[in-house]
Design a protein around this ligand. Structure first.
Ligand code: AHQ
Length: 250
């Protein structure tokens, strides 16, 4: 590559070590290749390093939590898109739980409500969280791209894109560990969302892996699963990049 064109380090996620796919992978080989994306996951992004090393300012935290609500709010919509494309009632019955996890069973419940409470705990007034006045146009476009991806992609590949959560327990555990240590001003109840995901994400990942292991049995469908996970890896990287650049402290 021409030196002048090389992007600055960490401007793009590290490439995962993908197998050549000269033949279909066994289900175990496929799962191992999907887990190999861990090195590309945005837990290594500079913004997240600032966060768990205790170097994030209150303003950066508030910009992050207010913008990340846009992502939390598209999750049940993209899961609804997957349900609309999925012909298997057994898969739909299990996948449906994800929508309840985020929207709750009644107002004032669910993960999106816990995320709004995290925003309030970080000092963003509830009204300013809920009306999304701080959500950046690029963040909104990036989040909407996840909904469009799940609407327009075969349901198995859309399920594969959710498997970034293979690596999410690490990022939630880092927050639960680092917030009290570095940011004593954040009330303990602000961590409730991360604690809920430590339970829900591993359960969801097992379901997503079962689907991909069962349905991605050819070179083409396995390549499409890698492409779906790559889309999501880059989507999350773009999301945190946008927030990092918008709230840089000079
Ligand atoms: O809070 C998150 C969440 O509910 C989900 C759903 C899942 C999906 O279906 O794509 N991905 C996801 C993620 C959540 N939190 C992110 C974070 O950094 O807090 C991580 C993200 C993911 O890894 O995909």
């Amino acid at each position: 590559m021409t030196a002048s064109l090389a992007a600055s380090p960490l401007a793009t996620p590290p490439k995962p070590p993908l197998p050549a796919l000269t033949r279909p992978l066994s289900p175990d080989e496929l799962e191992a290749a999907l887990r190999g994306f861990h090195s590309s996951y945005y837990v290594e992004h500079p913004f997240h390093r600032l966060m768990y090393e205790g170097r994030l300012t209150r303003r950066q935290f508030q910009g992050w939590v207010a913008n990340r609500l846009a992502y939390q709010r598209v999750v049940p919509r993209k899961d609804g898109a997957i349900l609309s494309n999925c012909p298997d009632p057994a898969v739909r019955r299990e996948w449906l739980q994800r929508i309840v996890d985020h929207d709750g069973s009644r107002p004032g419940e669910g993960g999106i409500e816990l995320w709004i409470r995290l925003g309030v705990a970080l000092g963003v007034p509830r009204e300013e969280m809920e009306d999304e006045r701080h959500v950046l146009p690029t963040v909104r476009t990036i989040c909407e791209s996840y909904v469009w991806f799940c609407k327009s992609t075969p349901w198995v590949q859309a399920c594969a894109s959710s498997l970034t959560e293979l690596f999410a327990p690490k990022i939630h555990a880092q927050r639960i560990e680092s917030f009290p240590k570095h940011y004593p001003w954040i009330p303990e109840e602000g961590l409730a969302y991360f604690r809920s995901r430590l339970v829900q994400a591993p359960r969801d990942v097992q379901h997503g892996l079962r689907i991909v292991r069962q349905h991605c049995t050819t070179v083409d469908t396995q390549r499409q699963a890698f492409e779906a996970l790559t889309f999501k890896i880059e989507m999350l990287w773009s999301l945190i990049d946008t927030i990092h650049n918008a709230y840089r402290e000079e």
